[in-house]
Design a protein around this ligand. Structure first.
Ligand SMILES: C[S@@+](CC[C@H](N)C(=O)[O-])C[C@H]1O[C@@H](n2cnc3c(N)ncnc32)[C@H](O)[C@@H]1O
Length: 209
């Protein structure tokens, strides 16, 4: 592969441990660089997921858990549609500190590869955008998303195309559907970060309990 191609990639695949990922994002947040890069690179993940989510979620008052919320780009997009009740969690305190004041009802530092610190059926929906990617959050987090979401609630997420099969997201989603834990409403290849030659699967599933 030409060096030019490698240079164009965001080097997420080089990260190995959770601490590396945390440091990577803590550094990326400095001087608001993360948000600037996302804007310059025309990162469309938050916009694309919010648009699909809005088609299925009619009640604007619903409680939405934003898993891996970063600087709150998903909250910003959902707010355009009138949603307002956001609970955010992320590994990087520096990114959490950049979330616009008052946009989220609650923000907490959390490792989503561990049990989520909320009770069963607390939320109407979970959004998880950009967080299923190299060395980030693994497929068992989907069990936790379903646990904290109410019956008939929604989970909406992106999966970086490069890890969908490699990390077993394909098998996990099949298992969850085969065992009637959730039902697929949408699943398609989205633009996501096309300027960096990275696309992602975009999924929207209804929780069944
Ligand atoms: C590509 S960013 C996406 C952030 C935001 N959702 C967006 O669309 O701008 C990935 C996010 O996942 C978070 N993250 C990575 N690993 C995590 C983990 N194990 N637990 C919680 N958050 C994690 C990072 O800190 C980062 O904010």
């Amino acid at each position: 592969m030409a060096q030019k191609d490698i240079g164009n990639k965001v080097p997420l695949h080089t990260l190995k441990k959770t601490e590396d990922v945390m440091k990577f994002y803590d550094d990326w947040g400095k001087e608001n660089k993360y948000d600037k890069d996302m804007s310059d690179w025309n990162y469309t993940g938050p916009k694309e997921t919010s648009e699909v989510f809005n088609k299925y979620a009619n009640d604007k008052e619903i409680k939405i858990y934003d898993a891996g919320c970063g600087t709150g780009l998903v909250g910003v997009e959902l707010k355009r549609y009138g949603f307002k009740n956001f609970y955010g969690a992320d590994l990087s305190q520096n990114l959490l500190d950049l979330v616009p004041n008052g946009l989220y009802h609650l923000l907490e530092k959390a490792d989503l590869n561990k049990k989520i610190n909320h009770e069963d059926n607390k939320f109407d929906a979970v959004m998880c955008v950009g967080t299923f990617t190299y060395a980030h959050v693994k497929p068992p987090a989907l069990d936790e998303f379903i646990r904290i979401t109410k019956n008939k609630g929604l989970i909406c997420f992106t999966i970086n195309e490069g890890i969908h099969e490699e990390y077993g997201f394909d098998k996990k989603l099949k298992e969850l559907c085969d065992t009637n834990k959730c039902k697929k409403l949408e699943f398609f290849k989205s633009q996501y970060l096309a300027s960096k030659e990275v696309n992602a699967w975009l999924g929207l599933y209804e929780v069944m309990k």
